[in-house]
Design a protein around this ligand. Structure first.
Ligand code: NAP
Length: 529
């Protein structure tokens, strides 16, 4: 399929003359890739949202079964793109093809998972309290509540998941499943893969008779286009994955609107690991290996990458630090996703090296050429860590800071002082856990996912997953951006009081025609009323 490089406003490919253009770049070679991409104009961004608002009127009325069929079809159309998608995404991101093939499976499965959720229907939380006209002292009205879609959602694709968290990623899948049209701001680091996926979704829209404008995609290399989308009055929510700076800027822009809207920014974290004394003694070698693997996996470009590890000072810890350093030294530098990420990694690791009291315990022995990142293991003590705020900042890439600590109380204090996280991990024996019960209680307040004797990288897509956490990990810790519960970001509850059955949504009528689970007068049931 030849790439046209245009913005997709509903079914139309659009590029105004005289607009800024850019190309995809192969981060491994610096070579410009074929096709010229056109940044959207302000008018095109506005048109995408106006069309989305129009499409919403029709899309929100679609029966669950039709939306589910649409989501399944998107998965099929993405799959049909075949090797072309994998090859283009690999050229644009430097990610190896097997990794992208796995990511495509995840992307397709996300659509299937949301299709199944929509069909099953209990996510709508249909809740009915029947009238009690004879109740004393006052009669009770008939009340029926369910979740309804918010309206058009603006999605910002992530650079580190060009398929699973981009144009056809989890944010788009969950918003479409909720009944919301989507306008995607494509990430400029993979514009070709973005266009291919947007065209696959377009094909699914046409094949299943969904309204024009249920998905649009605009390109942009400056922050203005994204900000404009967020500020457009038709936008009703935002899904974002990326930097703290970007996520926060969009959150602030949305809060300043005449009508503020929710922004679900997932901005990453340092994912601290606490290695307790018993585990260190019994299992130090295996933990060192697991940590080195987790830190360097995918050139460390995961928001769940462990950037901090704490353990008890002493001989066991010294051996542990030496082992992690040694393992990292043997890892070859890897290509980073784009020049900006590579520059930020170099800046971050330089900052760490400039802190008195921080040493390098290990670094890839092979010299890193332009655009590649060496694995880097830093070593410090708790005093330095507590004094230097900069050491709490995420360095996105294959690096981690190992910190030796004194007492259990000090470990607890460090945990208390940490900012919000996506994950927190404990390595311990059962005795360790008993002796550190308070640490676990502290970490529960800090993170969305607590991990025991495993590592944080590798986020399973399933209903029980929580991928979110207190700020600055995300802008709203009550929600997840991975798994079925991600749909709850894009809906709101509505209660119908005293409506005739004929005027109620199908999910709230007396006859349970969709055969979904509902709570009727306090009891979970599929019965008709
Ligand atoms: P990014 O710079 O935050 O960009 C993500 C998307 O948001 C891009 O489309 C970008 O558009 C847009 N954007 C960023 N700042 C904006 C602003 N102020 N106003 C409007 N739009 C804005 O993320 P990235 O390029 O993927 O990577 C940069 C850094 O983000 C990394 O070094 C890393 O620290 C972090 N990161 C975190 C995660 C995570 O999973 N949480 C994933 C990837 C990266 P433009 O490019 O057109 O400005």
């Amino acid at each position: 399929m030849e790439l046209h490089g245009k913005n997709l406003i509903g079914g139309k490919a659009v590029a105004s003359t005289g607009t800024k253009t850019f190309t995809g770049v192969n981060p491994a070679s610096g070579e410009k890739l074929p096709a010229l991409f056109h940044e959207a104009t302000a008018a095109e961004a506005d048109e995408a949202l106006s069309l989305a608002a129009k499409a919403f009127e029709e899309y929100r009325r679609q029966p669950g079964e039709k939306i589910a069929g649409f989501l399944d079809r998107i998965g099929e159309e993405i799959q049909k793109l075949g090797d072309e998608l994998i090859q283009r995404a690999s050229a644009e991101t430097g990610l190896p093809e097997p990794r992208l093939t796995g990511e495509r499976n995840r992307t397709v499965n996300q659509f299937k998972m949301f299709a199944a959720l929509v069909r099953e229907g209990s996510w709508l939380e249909a809740t009915i309290d029947r009238a009690q006209p004879d109740r004393k002292p006052l009669p009770k009205a008939d009340l029926r509540r369910m979740l309804v879609p918010l309206g058009p959602v603006v999605v910002f694709g992530a650079s580190n998941f060009p398929l699973a968290y981009s144009v056809g990623g989890g944010d788009t899948a969950s918003a479409l499943a909720a009944g919301c049209p989507v306008v995607v701001k494509a990430h400029p680091a993979h514009p070709g893969a973005s266009e291919l996926v947007a065209r696959a979704i377009q094909a699914a829209i046409e094949a299943t008779g969904m309204p024009n404008g249920v998905l649009s995609m605009v390109h942009g290399v400056s922050t203005e286009i994204g900000t404009r989308l967020v500020q457009h009055p038709a936008a009703k929510a935002v899904g974002f994955t990326g930097s703290l700076q970007g996520g926060r800027a969009l959150f602030d822009a949305a809060a300043k609107r005449a009508e503020p809207i929710p922004v679900f920014s997932e901005m990453g974290s340092t994912n601290p690991i606490f290695i307790l004394p018993g585990a260190l003694k019994q299992n130090g070698k295996a933990i060192a290996e697991g940590l080195a693997q987790s830190v360097t996996l995918g050139v460390g470009q995961f928001c769940t990458n462990p950037g901090l590890a704490f353990g008890p000072a002493g001989e066991d810890w010294r051996a542990f630090v030496a082992r992690v350093g040694e393992l990292a030294s043997a890892v070859a530098p890897g290509v980073m996703l784009h020049q900006g990420i590579s520059a930020k990694f170099n800046e971050g690791t330089k900052k760490f090296q400039g802190v008195a009291g921080v040493s390098v315990a290990g670094k890839s022995t092979t010299e890193a050429t332009q655009g590649r990142a060496p694995a880097m293991i830093f070593n410090t003590d708790s005093k330095t860590f507590r004094q230097q705020q900069v050491l709490r900042e995420e360095v996105f890439g294959p690096s981690t800071l190992l910190v030796n600590c004194g007492s259990t109380r000090e470990l607890e204090q460090i945990a208390r002082d940490l900012p919000g996280q996506l994950t927190a991990t404990i390595h311990g024996t059962e005795e360790d856990l008993l002796a550190h019960a308070n640490l676990l209680a502290i970490l529960r307040e800090k993170a969305g996912r607590l991990i025991f004797n495993q590592f944080p990288t590798g986020v399973e897509v399933c209903p029980s997953m929580q991928h979110g956490g207190p700020y600055p990990a995300t802008t709203d810790s009550r929600f997840t951006s991975v798994g079925t519960f991600a749909i709850k970001r894009f809906v709101r509850p509505v209660c119908f009081q005293n409506f005739p059955d004929a005027a109620l949504p199908v999910e709230l009528k007396n006859k349970n025609a969709r055969d979904i689970w509902r709570i009727v007068d306090g009891k979970l049931t599929k019965d008709n009323l």
